[in-house]
Design a protein around this ligand. Structure first.
Ligand code: NAD
Length: 257
């Protein structure tokens, strides 16, 4: 898909990897619609990039919010042909942790936002993408979902997070097959350790140690590197039904304390 024709809905588009994706698309001549719960950041970024960006405040776990956001952004951008799902939450809690047994509410929060939220946005945008006229390749749209290397290299305390991201990986081929006759592709990116606000709660020395574990380049990932990959996936029609690790060859291990 020619990036200059792209009208992308980007969830979590107000911060971190989503924001970098919005910037990568707009810098290349496309348009982006930010879907985020953070009104202040979404509004600010949208104003900076106007008229190539718009925003809608929505919670990805709410059907009504997403249905409304799709109508608003379709109207503002003049259609939608790409969706990048970046909204998500991190965090780490052991099942038998210092605050007692993990509640089902805590576990379900990861699944609700990271996994069901991704599905909800796909559900809410699919009809719109399907109604697009096909381009010369027969393509009508593309989904780029964000999983994590934790889907495969889950660390102690990440049972909820890694399960939610494993689900995002697993839906990739299933949906690519389901949408093949509609000319819609589905891909997933598995970031390693990226330097976004999600990681800003960690002390500097911990972030430096994490960066040191990366074979090459030995540093945290730059959100712009995610934006570049998301843009490439949108542009390259032969990428479909696959997931790509973006991690500088990092494979997280396990050590007995
Ligand atoms: N930063 C990393 O190292 C890393 C690594 C692997 C995967 N990821 C994944 O990348 C994605 C983006 O992470 P980030 O680092 O950019 O985080 P971030 O916190 O900078 O941005 C996440 C954005 O999602 C929004 N959001 C959260 N819950 C939402 C909801 N229910 N509805 C709508 N918006 C919501 C937040 O307001 C925020 O703007 C997440 O899915 C995360 O799990 C991040």
């Amino acid at each position: 898909m020619d990036v200059r024709q792209v009208k992308a809905l980007v969830t979590g588009g107000a911060s971190g990897l989503g924001e970098a994706t919005v910037r990568a698309i707009v810098e290349a001549g496309g348009k982006a619609g930010i879907v985020d719960m953070d009104r202040e950041r979404a509004e600010k970024l949208s104003a900076e990039l106007a008229p190539s960006a718009a925003f809608a405040v929505a919670d990805v776990t709410s059907e009504q919010d997403i249905d409304r956001a799709v109508i608003e952004l379709k109207d503002a951008l003049g259609g939608l042909n790409a969706v990048v799902n970046c909204a998500g939450i991190g965090g780490s809690v052991k099942i038998m942790g210092k605050d007692g047994l993990m509640s089902m509410e805590r576990f379900n929060r990861w699944l609700q936002i990271n996994l069901a939220g991704t599905f909800n946005v796909i559900r809410g945008t699919l009809e719109t993408l399907t109604e697009n006229p096909p381009n010369e390749e027969g393509e009508r749209g593309v989904y780029v979902n964000t999983a994590s290397i934790a889907a495969f290299d889950g660390q102690v305390g990440q049972v909820g997070y890694s399960s939610s991201k494993g689900g995002v990986v697993s839906m990739t081929l299933t949906l690519a097959r389901e949408f093949a006759t509609n000319g819609i592709r589905v891909m997933a990116i598995l970031p390693g350790i990226m330097n976004t606000p999600m990681l800003s709660r960690l002390p500097d020395h911990v972030r430096a140690r994490l960066g040191d574990q990366v074979p090459f380049p030995p540093r945290l990932g730059n959100p712009a590197e995610f934006g570049k990959l998301a843009r490439h996936i949108i542009e390259n029609p032969y990428l479909n039904g696959e997931f790509i690790r973006l991690d500088g060859a990092l494979r997280m291990g396990w050590a007995r304390k």
